[in-house]
Design a binder for this molecule. Sequence first.
Ligand code: ZN
Length: 283
Amino acid sequence: MIAQEPLKVVATTGMVGDLVTRVAGERGEVEYLMGPGVDPHLYKATASDVRKLQRADVIFYNGLFLEGKLQSILERMGKSGRFVEAISVGIRHNRLLEPGEGGGHPDPHIWFDTSLWAECIPTVVATLSQAAPESADYFKTQGQLVQAEMLELHQWVLSKVSELPKAKRILVTSHDAYGYFGRAYGFTVVGLQGISTVSEAALADMARLVDFIRENQVKAIFVESSVPHATIERIATDAKVAIGGELFSDAMGTPGQIENGYDLGTYDGMVRHNVTMIVEALK
Ligand code: ZN
């Protein structure tokens, strides 16, 4: 490769794309496959995705079976000599949340604990550096910058949630995307659909959730941008509780879509938007 020519990088989700864009800086051109509102658990690659993947120098995905249907295609591409890496691969295993009674894989929603998401940075730096060794120093410096920004964001979240008394830190959403968020920031998290959106909520689960909301005097529950709203809306009606707003869970907003000063198409903006909305609605 000619020095200075940017690497062609493809990422799966917006969150992965955001992290890789920040680390790659001007030495990478990053495209991502899943836009706003797209559910990665159910996502199937299109013909144009496959063309993008085939043209890429480097491919990054979340891993931990977040991209349920796509993961086997990506693993196959990795065997054909291209640089293909799950950004979660370097996270210490004892930091992952194991699945509940259903068994299966560890919880893949690692991005909502910002300190855990930061543990993906060394993998991104290492993989980009393998693909473009002449830029290794540059990627290392970029990685350090992003690391510092990420830890600053983690501190911001800690300070924002401290506005809520412990008893009010109960987060009810459509599916279990916030397990790591709950562990990092002291919330009890209840998702109606489990850690994937593949199975639909049963009526018995809905009734249990209504009871839980009443017993705990939860002030508001939340819909998610990448999951249909109907079931949570019905639970809100049955439990006589407000919808606190629409959280971004498995997809970010549209780049340049600004709300309360936050760009919802960035990881930083998405996290600040979600946390502000949660804290204000539960206060
Ligand atoms: Zn999910």
